[in-house]
Design a protein around this ligand. Structure first.
Ligand SMILES: [Zn+2]
Length: 155
């Protein structure tokens, strides 16, 4: 457990706790080699107590790099997450660790596919091909021959 992700409930008793950190992206460590975090993860926000709950609100900013789904070159883009979590105080023993819930909410914001600059230069070449060989022909993907899938890969 890293201290960066800990909130001490005692510190919230009288005042909101401001949070502003630049975190190493290591905590997001992904088993996917095609997903790279290329900058620190910036978090800005606060934690406070509201009645029986601890409220944590954070704006998260980071950059990630992953292969373009058209040309397969790595491309990087910004990921922004509005993170909000509330936890009943009776579930917290003095310290609340938000590493795992923060990690999860960042990971679900990451798109499955990306494209260089939102419009890959290679797209025009592939489009031509897709038009003549629609994989949904006949409405059944199972009939899509494997030889055609191989042709789709960049030569
Ligand atoms: Zn591309």
């Amino acid at each position: 457990m890293e201290d960066n992700f800990k909130i001490y409930i005692d510190e919230l008793q009288n005042d909101n706790l401001k949070i502003e950190k630049s975190l190493s992206p290591d905590f997001l460590a992904s088993s996917d080699p095609e997903l790279k975090f290329v900058s620190p993860v910036q978090i800005v926000g606060y934690a406070c107590i509201s009645e029986d709950f601890m409220i944590l609100r954070l704006q998260v900013n980071s950059s990630i790099s992953m292969p373009c789904s058209i040309c397969n070159e790595f491309t990087s883009f910004q990921v922004k997450v509005d993170f909000c979590h509330s936890e009943e105080l009776k579930n917290i023993k003095n310290v609340f660790d938000f590493q795992e819930i923060l990690r999860e909410s960042i990971m679900i914001e990451i798109p499955l596919f990306t494209e260089c600059d939102g419009n890959c230069p290679e797209r025009a070449n592939i489009k031509k091909y897709l038009k003549t060989n629609s994989p949904t022909k006949g409405g059944n993907l199972l009939y899509f021959p494997f030889s055609e899938i191989n042709n789709l890969k960049k030569e």
